[in-house]
Design a protein around this ligand. Structure first.
Ligand SMILES: [Zn+2]
Length: 346
């Protein structure tokens, strides 16, 4: 799905931008959205289809998809030039609540990969149709942004009839962090991954301890070894292992980032590429996972022969950047991904 933004507010902010600086970007967006709604009844109508976050589930209606087609623009809306000249009266409060619950921040891989260190390219906008897609911590789609367009593509195989979901926030964190993030968005996540992590009795104590250790710092290698041992002893299935590895991603990546920790613990944990492949099964494509896969396959440890490894890398690449990217272009993206030394917040 490719959707053009109603409007986007953008700014290049220092890493430690205060709320005042962020407000400037937000204000720019609000002004642009109100302006667009005043100038074009169709835009206003589209915004009114969005949730305000206050409806009961049975009140949420799926709008007629024809509304979103470009050719619909002229239907019943009259002459476009008169519309731009005339300003419609719009329900400002209604639009502001819709903005509150439906705005998305831009995940621009190129900007983040190539961006200057110390600053964050901040973009927040309203894309109407993608706003109807729900969040999951075990998503099957992913959003990338090119210019004012949001591109939603599958990040793993999707069964017919399966709901399309993408992550609203970083899902490579433990369940309690994800709960916090969901609360900030005004919802509770009931995805299969959250259910498993919140309800599994056998692992509960180990997971709570691991979360504490993650926060307090210390030897991340020891944390990973303990988690892997526990999962092996409790006969945790591969799919669920993938969920937990995704949750404790920062511990795994701290381990693999440190030569010292790899020397100390490397023999007792699965290889980096194996972990990356497993996490990709849980969260689909992701720059950080792809980077681990690329780095991990240099020694191709436990990942199969050269062709199998190349296939796996290409699969995670497609899950991250989209299926239509040509092999050569994908290779360039791979080298950018590997070279990225700045923070990749995707
Ligand atoms: Zn969840």
């Amino acid at each position: 799905m490719i959707a053009k933004a109603v409007a986007v507010g953008r700014g290049v902010l220092p890493d430690a931008a205060d709320s005042g600086e962020k407000m400037v970007v937000w204000k720019e967006l609000v002004d642009k959205v109100l302006d667009a709604a005043e100038k074009c009844p169709r835009t206003a109508a589209l915004i009114y289809t969005l949730s305000t976050g206050e409806e009961r589930p049975e009140e949420l209606v799926v709008p007629d998809m024809a509304l979103f087609r470009q050719e619909h623009e002229d239907l019943g809306v009259g002459d476009v030039t008169t519309n731009t000249a005339r300003k419609e009266v719009v329900a400002v409060d209604r639009i502001l609540t819709a903005l509150d619950v439906n705005c998305l921040t831009e995940d621009a891989p190129a900007a983040n990969l190539l961006g200057n260190s110390g600053v964050v390219n901040c973009g927040v906008g309203l894309w109407v149709l993608p706003s109807f897609i729900n969040h999951s911590c075990h998503p099957n789609a992913r959003r990338t942004h090119v210019g004012d367009h949001a591109i939603v593509h599958a990040s793993r195989d999707i069964k017919a009839g399966e709901e399309v979901t993408f992550p609203y926030f970083d899902v490579l964190v433990p369940v309690s962090k994800r709960k916090e993030a969901a609360r900030a968005w005004g919802f509770e996540c009931h995805c299969d991954r959250c259910k498993f992590e919140a309800e599994d009795v056998t692992l509960r104590q180990e997971l709570m301890k691991a979360e504490n250790d993650l926060v307090s710092g210390g030897d991340m290698g020891a944390l990973v070894v303990r988690l892997e041992d526990k999962m092996r002893k409790s006969l945790v299935k591969e799919r669920r292992k993938a969920f937990l590895r995704a949750s404790f991603w920062s511990a795994y990546s701290a381990l693999f980032d440190s030569d010292k920790l790899v020397r100390k613990w490397g023999r007792r944990v699965p290889a980096e590429a194996v972990v990356a492949e497993s996490i990709a099964d849980a969260v689909g494509g992701n720059e950080r996972v792809l980077r681990a896969m690329l780095r991990g396959t240099k020694d191709a440890n436990g990942c199969g022969n050269r062709l199998e490894v190349e296939d796996k890398v290409m699969r995670i690449g497609r899950a991250t950047y989209g299926k239509v990217v040509k092999r050569n272009a994908m290779r360039s993206l791979f080298s950018l991904t590997l070279d990225a030394t700045n923070n990749i917040n995707l």
